[in-house]
Design a protein around this ligand. Structure first.
Ligand code: F6R
Length: 344
């Protein structure tokens, strides 16, 4: 039996290619209008995996475009009916289904309040796509597994495309075009390593995922994927926040997935790894220069740290999948979840 989740994880390199090519014209049009309207800040509204993608977008736009970015709290609109001025804002709703009522309400209200609005979605006919003035489509194809994978990475690719065109960074664009290749390589490198590590986690009741900076998105998305498919209580942390107290709760042998991609965060991630090891935790490093062991999973650097999250999530998706299999669970249909969750 082939799992839908596994096929969709493997479809990601092609999906990224389609996303970058398919959304280019619409992205150029959006950037032109954002510049004409002199947009001064960006607000992102999303839930679940799309919200994790938004966290990447936030770091990326601030680092690459020098524009302040905030994440919306949808209940401010849906429960508290607040009237917010969105003058000079670009408000982006991110949703694979485009069906979330709260996200649609944020975009509708923002548009009425003067914002330039954008939908990033995999569903062209969705309410979200009809509510926003501009639409960027993921072109991921229908996603059937309840756990989102290719809609996550294509959303990251659209953020990277937008940041590269906004900042006119030819370098970022060139690197983006090479991401599918790095993804293919990490899929290959994971084939023998991930299932073996997954089998050592069968009895884990709690897990931590830890990253810093731009890679925090990878920590929160890994934790979501592992929790929803394997039912392991998985907590994501910024390595900085972990040190500010919660590290005290880490028990001996607790598995900690540590994302150590090349770049700015690597030295501090290694320090946190040493602190966790000193407490007796089991530290599993995801890195491109580890050694073959049960405490290491390979990463493939895509040429710039800025795009590393597009590739680094893949071994974590596969870990969720293989841990699921190792426990005899159905990776395509986590208990009690449906594909589309509507919240208000
Ligand atoms: C997790 C997952 C959910 C969705 C969330 C938002 O794998 O799929 O967390 O990301 O329900 O859904 P959309 O993006 O359709 O608004």
């Amino acid at each position: 039996v082939t799992s839908v989740l596994h096929s969709e994880i493997n479809e990601q390199p092609d999906a990224i290619k389609r996303a970058i090519a398919g959304a280019k014209q619409a992205t150029l049009a959006l950037v032109a209008e954002a510049k004409r309207r002199d947009v001064k800040y960006i607000v992102l509204a999303a839930r679940g995996t799309s919200d994790n993608a938004a966290t990447y977008g936030r770091y990326l736009f601030e680092i690459v475009c020098g524009i302040p970015v905030g994440l919306a709290a949808p209940s401010v609109h849906t429960l508290y009916e607040a009237k917010i001025s969105y003058r000079d804002a670009l408000v982006i709703g991110v949703s694979q289904s485009g069906a979330g009522e709260d996200i649609n309400e944020v975009i509708g209200q923002a548009r009425k309040a003067g914002a330039l609005t954008l939908a990033i979605t995999n569903t062209e006919s969705s309410v979200l796509a009809q509510t926003a003035e501009h639409v960027l489509l993921c072109h991921a194809g229908v996603e059937r597994a309840v756990a989102a994978t290719k809609t996550y990475t294509t959303t990251l690719a659209l953020f990277a495309l937008l940041a590269s065109l906004w900042s006119e960074s030819g370098e970022l664009q060139t690197h983006l075009e090479r991401v599918p290749e790095a993804m293919e390589q990490v899929l290959t490198a994971s084939q023998n390593t991930v299932p073996v590590v997954a089998r050592t986690l069968i009895h884990a009741e709690r897990m931590l995922t830890v990253a810093r900076g731009l890679h925090y998105a990878t920590a929160i998305e890994s934790a979501l994927k592992i929790a929803e498919t394997t039912y392991t209580a998985t907590q994501p942390f910024s390595s900085a926040d972990l040190l500010h107290g919660p590290i005290a709760s880490v028990a001996v042998r607790t598995p900690c997935l540590l994302f150590v991609p090349n770049g700015k965060t690597a030295p501090m991630m290694n320090e946190v790894g040493d602190k966790l090891s000193a407490r007796g935790a089991r530290v599993i490093r995801l890195s491109s220069d580890g050694t073959d062991s049960l405490d290491y999973l390979p990463l493939v650097p895509p040429g710039t740290e800025l795009l590393s999250p597009l590739v680094d999530i893949v071994p974590a998706q596969l870990l969720a999948y293989h841990l699921c299999l190792a426990r005899g669970l159905d990776p395509d249909n986590p208990r009690g979840l449906t594909k589309v969750t509507v919240t208000r």
